[in-house]
Every structure is written in C-alpha cells, then in structure tokens.
Design a protein around this ligand. Structure first.
Ligand SMILES: NC(=O)c1ccc[n+]([C@@H]2O[C@H](COP(=O)([O-])OP(=O)(O)OC[C@H]3O[C@@H](n4cnc5c(N)ncnc54)[C@H](O)[C@@H]3O)[C@@H](O)[C@H]2O)c1
Length: 283
C-alpha cells in the first residue's frame, strides 16, 4: 500500500527571501525533514547565516544571493541551483513585503516597486523553475506566500493587496496548467506574523534575537482581533509549507491555506475587553 509521509528527504527546494522571517522558517522546516535548500535572498549576509544554520543541523544548503525583482538574477539563481544539486523539486515564492501608505499619496514609481517585488518576482521565479520541474519528471510543488490581504480589503496596502490577490489567482491557474506534470501549486495566506519585516527591519541584523518584539499592550490588543488570541509565528507557516511540499498533500492543488489564527473566518468580529465577541466596535 502507498503510504505518503511528511519527509522531503533528497528533494531540492528553492526558497526566496529565505534570509529572514517566514522564508527563513520555511527553509529551516524543510531542512528538518531532509530537503536540500537553495537559500535565495537579496542580502548575502542573510543567505550565509541561514545556510550556516542548516549546516549546523546537518542539512545541506546552497546560499545564492539573488534580488528576485531582477529577472536575470532569478534565471541565474535557478540555473545555479540546478547545476549545484542536479534537480529542483520545490519552489517557494516567499520574498515580498510593503510599507504602509495611502494609495492617493503613492507615486507610480512606488506602485511599480511593490508590483515588482510582490507579483512580477513570482512570475520570474516560476517561469525559470517550471522547465526544471518538468524535466525532472517527478512532479513537484510550488508554494506561493500570499497574505490575508489578498482576500480582504487592505487600506494603506492597496497595491500590495492587489498583488497578493493576483498571487492567489495565479496559483489556481498554474495548478491547472501544471497538473498534467504532477506539479501541485498552492498558496499560504498568513495574517499578522512576527517577523523582522513588520517594522521595516529588512536591512537589519541577521540575529533573530534582535528582531522587533511586540509589547504586552500590543499583544493584548491583537489578541482581541485574532480568534486564536495571538499573532502568528513564522514557524507556523513553515509547518504548513512542509505539508504542502510533502506527500501528505499529494491530492491538494490550486488552493490556499490561511495561516491566520482564524482572522479570515472572523471577518469583522472582535473581542471586547470582557472577552465577548462584538460587531459594534464597543471595545
Ligand atoms: N509577516 C507578516 O505578518 C506577513 C503577513 C502576510 C503575508 N506575509 C508575506 O510573507 C512573506 C515574507 O514576509 P516576512 O514578514 O517574513 O518578511 P521579512 O521582511 O521579515 O523577510 C523577507 C526576506 O525577504 C528578503 N527580500 C526582500 N526583498 C527581496 C528581493 N527583492 N529579493 C530577494 N529577497 C528579498 C529580505 O532580505 C528578507 O530576508 C512576504 O511575501 C509577505 O508579504 C507576511
């Protein structure tokens, strides 16, 4: 009897933006179940830190500094990954992010930068990787890190939200186009997850201990909004990314898994200070 398991032993995974936050957690989670990692991040120092960490855990990682908004760099990164490991099985399109600003105050240049990072990069990495997945003949998995902002309104994040919504529909279309090759395409939609990017710390130190941590007051306010009562952890996206890459999800494609503590389900419901659910704003 065929019994699928969670192991990624011997599989090769490219993770973009793997130098920090959710991408780093996904890379470490993959390494923990036996995958070989291609750490693709625009900050070389971060690539080295994560590759070194995987090395310490007796895993295998290849650090490839790469700005995913540069199509030439993306193609070179994917080709070097294939040359290094001899195969590619998994692609995680994770690099992304944004700084809050009202759309009416944003320049065309700013829209373009957000689109390049959050949408165009996914097209470039996917396009560069598909031929290797098909040629490998072993199927494969593409996992796109979208956001809850791809499904709900995103004031001050309008262009970002449009990109994240685009990721979700691209996920569905690719699931159909690539099904005949056994390549599954799915998305993860996190809500508020504690990472360095949350406070614009993208250029900051690589030591996770120095990343921004929320205050008690902030956590209490968040707990009223998120049904499970706290922000998400990057490792929780890592767990779901392992599931979506492994044989445990072999019949799952074209879908999105919210990793959001129930935020999407709550859709406007909040807990007041007494812990009761309210729609009235009576906090
Ligand atoms: N943290 C959240 O609350 C949250 C919520 C929903 C969705 N997301 C999504 O999850 C993904 C990861 O977010 P995060 O919070 O971990 O971000 P982060 O800023 O903490 O880490 C992002 C990593 O990507 C790298 N990166 C940035 N631009 C890059 C580029 N052009 N090329 C290559 N690497 C680049 C950075 O160096 C960094 O290491 C993003 O797509 C983000 O939109 C995050």
């Amino acid at each position: 009897m065929h019994v699928p398991d969670i192991s990624l032993k011997g599989k090769v995974a490219i993770v973009t933006g793997a130098g920090g936050g959710i991408g780093r957690a996904i890379a470490l989670a993959y390494a923990s179940v036996g995958a070989h990692l291609v750490i693709a991040d625009k900050i070389a120092q971060r690539c080295e830190e994560v590759a070194g960490r995987i090395d310490e855990l007796d895993g295998e990682a290849f650090a490839v500094p790469c700005d995913v908004t540069d199509t030439d760099q993306v193609r070179a990164m994917v080709d070097s990954a294939r040359a290094h490991f001899g195969r590619i099985d998994i692609l995680v399109n994770n690099a992304g992010g944004v700084v809050a600003k009202a759309f009416k105050d944003q320049s065309e240049h700013a829209w373009q930068r957000i689109i390049d990072l959050n949408l165009m990069s996914m097209l470039a990495t996917t396009s560069a990787t598909i031929p290797h997945l098909i040629e490998g003949g072993n199927g494969g998995a593409i996992i796109n890190i979208s956001s809850i902002e791809g499904s709900r309104a995103a004031p001050n994040f309008a262009v970002y939200g449009a990109c994240k919504a685009g990721m979700l529909n691209f996920t569905r279309s690719m699931a159909l186009e690539l099904a005949e090759y056994g390549i599954r395409v799915n998305a993860i939609a996190p809500d508020y997850t504690i990472t360095p990017g949350l406070r614009g710390n993208v250029k900051g130190p690589v030591d996770p201990a120095s990343w921004w941590q929320p205050s008690e007051e902030h956590l209490a306010a968040t707990a009223r909004r998120i049904p499970l009562g706290r922000p998400g952890l990057d490792t929780e996206c890592g767990n779901v990314a392992v599931f979506l890459a492994s044989g445990m999800s072999e019949y799952v494609t074209g879908t999105v898994i919210p990793v959001d503590g129930g935020s999407w389900a709550s859709s406007g419901w909040l807990r007041n200070r007494a812990g009761q659910w309210t729609l009235t704003g009576d906090l």
